[in-house]
Design a protein around this ligand. Structure first.
Ligand SMILES: [Mg+2]
Length: 458
């Protein structure tokens, strides 16, 4: 482990919700929940105002609605989040070639590798400057943790939230960690936490005092060793610029080749739903949908489609898989089908282990049953989603606040305007149309473009 606090962890504050509040003046200071709106939707991000009611990421949206019935519930606008994420990551790449993104709004940076800092004072200065630059370029706040290891830098940024900077001085790590709950350490989810508690281990100090042999006995060799090292604040993991390409996929092999095109379509749909459950169980979303087809003659095809932003929406993934299937000739029959999602982002911003442990909620009542419910009818009028940007020829730019029963309610305001008025229209109102998001920060737009390009080239 190095002896200067030159590993930086950046975590944007309540990222998706903050973007929505920056876009929509009427939501500033209000409870905002971004996530899946459907019956099985989960919360991606809650604003700090919504967290007061106990709403948090990965919670079913239905539960969030009971806790915070008056919050604004918005569907994610991933293309916008990604474009802002690109701006933030470009600022990080100006600091160092070693930037390791963990999700759209979170990354490690090795300041030493970029000569951006070599000691405590220069690290603190680089962190403070980064926070100011992020605010100037995006209009949003991010919290910064600085420490001599990745684990401690991440713990530091968590303590800095919201809108702060915390630096952990080398040499103070163990004293700082000792009283913390075991769940603070990476890889300790609810299940491991319970297991340790039953053994009388609740704090990091308890872990180090239990000793390595006892932890190995309780948790197995790999996990026990790793946890003991972390309890002693030993973490030598380097910041790695490239993340391994990961994907989540499911496939089925059939005892008898399937010939019926309708049945193949239903199987693909079922696989897409299973893939979504895995994806959500791991707290992930992805941009690239992959379909795999092995035909009667064992020839195997893969087809893929990349979306504008990551999704875990079953409808979107089902539809993409169905489009991919359209391009595959299945005459002669198929013996294997698979659906996968890659280009992953852990957009729920939560500890992955914690989510995996909380997963079993969605165990598949309909597994194996060929009835997938009624097809969604073609909407006669455009389908308006809560939070979506729209434009009206008379009232200008706004966003959909709600829709249903043939009506759509729009609030007309822009990121730079005062809170705007609400108007209700018939959902087929002439001239009301989807619009692109407006920039959150107007004046530096030109400068940002240049910086982003330079950063990406480097
Ligand atoms: Mg965050």
């Amino acid at each position: 482990m190095r002896n200067a606090p030159t590993i930086l962890h950046l975590d944007m504050d309540a990222f998706f919700a903050s973007v929505e509040q920056a876009s929509k003046p009427s939501l500033r200071g209000k409870a905002v929940v971004v996530g899946g709106i459907g019956p099985r939707g989960v919360v991606a991000t809650a604003s700090y105002e919504a967290r007061v009611f106990g709403v948090h990421s990965a919670m079913p949206t239905a539960q969030a609605r009971r806790l915070a019935p008056n919050a604004a519930y918005l569907t994610p606008r991933f293309a916008l989040y990604r474009s802002i994420s690109d701006q933030v990551m470009a600022l990080l790449r100006q600091l160092s070639p070693l930037v390791e993104p963990l999700s759209l709004d979170e990354a490690f940076v090795d300041l030493e590798a970029g000569d951006a800092a070599r000691d405590e004072a220069s690290a603190r200065e680089a962190g403070a400057r980064l926070r100011a630059d992020i605010r100037a370029v995006t209009g949003l706040t991010g919290s910064v943790g600085l420490a001599a290891s990745k684990m401690l830098a991440k713990i530091a940024s968590e303590r800095a939230k919201p809108d702060g900077l915390v630096l952990i001085e080398p040499g103070t790590e163990r004293a700082l960690l000792s009283p913390m709950p075991v769940r603070t350490l990476p890889g300790v989810g609810p299940a491991t936490g319970d297991h340790l508690r039953r053994a009388g281990i609740t704090t990091v100090l308890d872990l180090s005092e239990a000793g390595e042999d006892e932890l190995v006995r309780l948790l197995g060799k790999a996990h026990g060793h790793a946890l003991y090292a972390m309890a002693l604040a030993r973490d030598d993991r380097p910041v790695v610029a490239e993340r391994e390409a990961k994907s989540v996929s499911v496939e089925d092999t059939y005892a008898v080749d399937i010939h019926d095109r309708l049945r193949i379509g239903l199987e693909v749909r079922r696989l897409a739903d299973r893939c979504v459950r895995r994806l959500r169980g791991a707290g992930l979303s992805g941009r690239t949908i992959v379909l795999k087809v092995r035909r009667y003659d064992f020839s195997t095809l893969t087809r893929s489609e990349t979306l504008r932003g990551p999704t875990d929406d079953p409808t979107v993934i089902r539809e993409a898989a169905a489009r991919l299937l359209d391009s595959v000739d299945t005459t002669g029959g198929v013996r294997l089908l698979g659906v996968g999602v890659s280009g992953l982002a852990d957009y729920t911003q939560e500890d992955l282990f914690a989510q995996a442990a909380g997963e079993p909620a969605e165990e598949t009542p309909e597994e194996g049953v060929p009835d997938f419910g009624p097809e969604r009818p073609e909407p006669a009028a455009p389908e308006w989603r809560a939070g979506q940007d729209v434009r009206h020829p008379e009232y200008g730019h706004g966003w959909v606040q709600g829709s249903g029963l043939g009506r759509v309610t729009v609030r007309f305001e822009t990121p730079l305007s005062a809170p705007g008025r609400v108007r209700t229209f018939r959902s087929d109102e002439a001239g009301l149309e989807p619009a692109d998001p407006l920039p959150l920060v107007a004046q530096v737009e030109a400068a940002v473009e240049g910086e982003t390009e330079d950063g990406m080239r480097g």
